[in-house]
Design a binder for this molecule. Structure first.
Ligand code: FES
Length: 138
């Protein structure tokens, strides 16, 4: 599964034209610095093109995404600790889903809906409570 969800409000995004970095902080506090190449966007077919999830998956960074990146779960919840101002505004549909995530803060976003424009470097923390309950049930 993946791609976009035709049943939700379209997100207004601006894709980057210059390279920037995203530093991912995993739940065990290990960091992975990704140099984003605008020419490679979209990296795949999961989440909005150029989203934090798209970039993570295209660079081997593990972020849960139970619904396949179509804004229909909250397992891709992340904290954008730096560079949030360079990202698209979240839609009402995104914030409705985020309400289901534990421990949300003002820096919370759904990785599949959060698209940076490349004007700032990002620091993105993947919360320890970000678990795919569907996967864990098996
Ligand atoms: Fe389901 Fe992002 S992967 S909302």
């Amino acid at each position: 599964m993946g791609g976009t969800n035709p049943y939700i409000e379209k997100s207004d995004t601006t894709l980057p034209t210059t390279s920037f970095t995203i530093t991912f902080i995993a739940p065990d506090q290990t960091t992975t610095k990704v140099q984003v190449d605008p020419k490679k966007i979209p990296y795949g077919h999961t989440g909005l093109p150029g989203s934090v999830l798209d970039i993570a998956m295209g660079n081997g960074v593990d972020v849960e995404h139970a619904c396949g990146g179509v804004c229909a779960c909250s397992t891709c919840h992340v904290y954008v600790k730096q560079g949030l101002d360079s990202c698209n505004d979240g839609t009402d549909d995104e914030f409705d889903q985020l309400d289901e995530a534990p421990a949300i803060t003002l820096s919370s976003r759904l990785a599949c809906q959060c698209v940076p424009d490349g004007s700032m470097d990002l620091v993105v923390e993947i919360p320890a409570v970000n678990k795919n309950l569907v996967k864990e049930a098996h």
